[in-house]
Every structure is written in structure tokens, then in C-alpha cells.
Design a protein around this ligand. Structure first.
Ligand code: ADP
Ligand code: MG
Length: 252
């Protein structure tokens, strides 16, 4: 049983894509998997095929009152063994509403304590606010997707600082599992420069697998399916299979 927060305070770096596709792969391999959508944009929720406007309960309800968490909050997806704790724009209010709650950073940990999955993946919002702190407090591991672009390293210092602070107080067991390069284009100098820089900073923590830029990956969420249903022979599918397998090895 492992809980992994997929985190980068930048938007559009591939967090949600990484969560959906690795979760789908693990579920296909027989693991019981929970995706926690901790982004008010609800992209993981819709990308897995749920209708954001048709949710009886969301992560918001669970966070505001963890005692209400019951099996009916977790929604099964079309993929066997893959469940979702969904979110929609209501979750944005949690940043405010949680402020009045004692030990507000531990709400998600309380919520997840009553669930039973082999792997829980938390899709974080593009910020370092209370939702992200909750994710880091509930997680055993952090995975950081980094887009192969010029400003890739900007903000990573601040991110690692937050991880370090949570480790120093709320969650001493938190561990950086690794950094994954996304939207890599092997034809460009820039992509190899970014890889080089990340290797310098992260050494072994940098995943060997890089996710290439692949249009099939961008298309899949509009059909509410993972890359393995959308085009299992695509480069994107191959890459996320390898990311998931590398992730599994790193967990062991
Ligand atoms: N490897 C990739 N190749 C092409 N498009 C991608 C890839 N990874 C993500 N995308 C697309 O880029 C956008 C941002 O990705 P997303 O996973 O939503 O990032 P985040 O969750 O960090 O905001 C989405 O439209 C997504 O479909
Ligand atoms: Mg996202």
C-alpha cells in the first residue's frame, strides 16, 4: 500500500496525464488503485470518464468532514479496479473552508485512512496551498513531472522546500520517489539541455523513462479514457507503461 502525490505547482506539466495513465496501467496489472482528484479543475475526474456535473459527493465533502467518507464517495471508473475520489470546482472552497478546522493539513490523511487500495495517486492542483499540503501530509511519496522546456527548473527549489518542510513536521516519512520528464522532444537541443540539468540536480531520482510529446496522450482525456484504451500502440502508451513499471520498481 503506497500513496503517491503527483506534484508540481506549475500547470500544464503533465501531472494529470501521469496520474490517469499510470493509474490505469496499475489497475490493468491487477492492483486496486484509487485516484484522488485534488485539483478543483477536476481534470483527472473527467479524464477518467466521470461527469464533473453529476457527482453526488466529491473530495470537498470528504475533506470538510472526513467522518462522512463512505464507499459511496469513491466512484468506480470504467476500468476495473480503478476508483476515483472525484473533484469539481467546489473544491476551490476547501482552501478557505478548511482554515477553520483544527489540524486542517491532516484532513486528507484522515480521509484516506479509511480506504484500502494497493496504490493511491493524488493529482495535485497547480499551487502550493492547503490542498497540496494535505496531499503531501497524506502521501508516502512524491513524484514530480517536469516539462522539458526552458523554465523547467524554475520553481523546483520552492517545491522541494515545501516537501522538506512537510517532512520536517507533518509527515516525516515523506520521500521523493522521482522526477519524470514529460513532453520530451528528442529532436530539440532544449529537451536534452533540460534533461542534463535535471540529471545534475536529481541524479538517480530522475526517472530513466522520459515521456515524449505525443498527440495521442493529449487526445485521450476528451474521450474519458486512458492512453491504453485510446491507442495502446502509441508512443505515449509505451512511455507510460515504462513510467509505471519504473515507478513500481522504485517503490520496492
Ligand atoms: N506527453 C504529452 N504529449 C502531448 N500532450 C501532453 C502530454 N502530456 C500532457 N499533455 C497535454 O498537455 C496538457 C497539460 O497536461 P496535464 O496532464 O493536464 O498537466 P497538469 O495536470 O500538470 O496541468 C493537457 O492538454 C494534456 O493532454
Ligand atoms: Mg492537472
Amino acid at each position: 500500500m503506497a500513496t503517491i502525490a503527483v506534484l508540481n505547482q506549475k500547470g500544464g506539466v503533465g501531472k494529470t496525464t501521469t496520474v490517469i495513465n499510470t493509474a490505469a496501467y496499475f489497475a490493468k496489472k491487477g492492483k486496486r488503485v484509487l485516484v484522488v482528484d485534488s485539483d478543483p479543475q477536476g481534470n483527472a475526474t473527467s479524464g477518467i470518464g466521470l461527469d464533473k456535473r453529476q457527482l453526488a459527493h466529491t473530495l470537498y465533502d470528504a475533506l470538510v468532514d472526513p467522518s462522512t467518507v463512505s464507499s459511496n464517495m469513491v466512484v468506480p471508473s470504467a476500468v476495473e479496479r480503478l476508483d476515483v475520489l472525484p473533484a469539481n470546482e467546489m473544491l476551490a472552497a476547501a482552501e478557505v473552508d478548511l482554515v477553520q478546522i483544527l489540524e486542517r493539513e491532516k484532513q486528507l490523511r484522515r480521509v484516506l485512512a479509511s480506504t484500502q487500495y494497493d496504490i493511491t495517486l493524488i493529482d495535485c492542483p497547480p499551487s502550493l496551498g492547503l490542498l497540496t499540503i494535505n496531499a503531501l501530509t497524506a502521501a508516502d511519496y512524491v513524484v514530480i513531472p517536469v516539462q522539458a522546456e526552458y523554465y523547467a527548473l524554475e520553481g523546483l527549489g520552492q517545491l522541494l522546500d515545501i516537501v522538506q518542510r512537510v517532512r520536517g513536521g507533518l509527515n516525516p516519512n515523506l520521500e521523493l520517489l522521482g522526477v519524470v520528464i514529460t513532453m520530451h522532444d528528442k529532436r530539440t537541443m532544449l529537451s536534452s539541455q533540460v534533461k542534463h540539468e535535471l540529471e545534475k540536480h536529481f541524479g538517480d531520482k530522475l526517472f530513466k523513462t522520459m515521456v515524449p510529446r505525443n498527440i495521442r496522450l493529449a487526445e485521450a482525456p476528451s474521450f474519458g479514457v486512458s492512453i491504453f484504451e485510446h491507442d495502446k500502440w502509441s508512443k505515449g502508451a509505451r512511455a507510460y507503461k515504462m513510467v509505471a513499471e519504473e515507478l513500481m520498481r522504485r517503490l520496492q
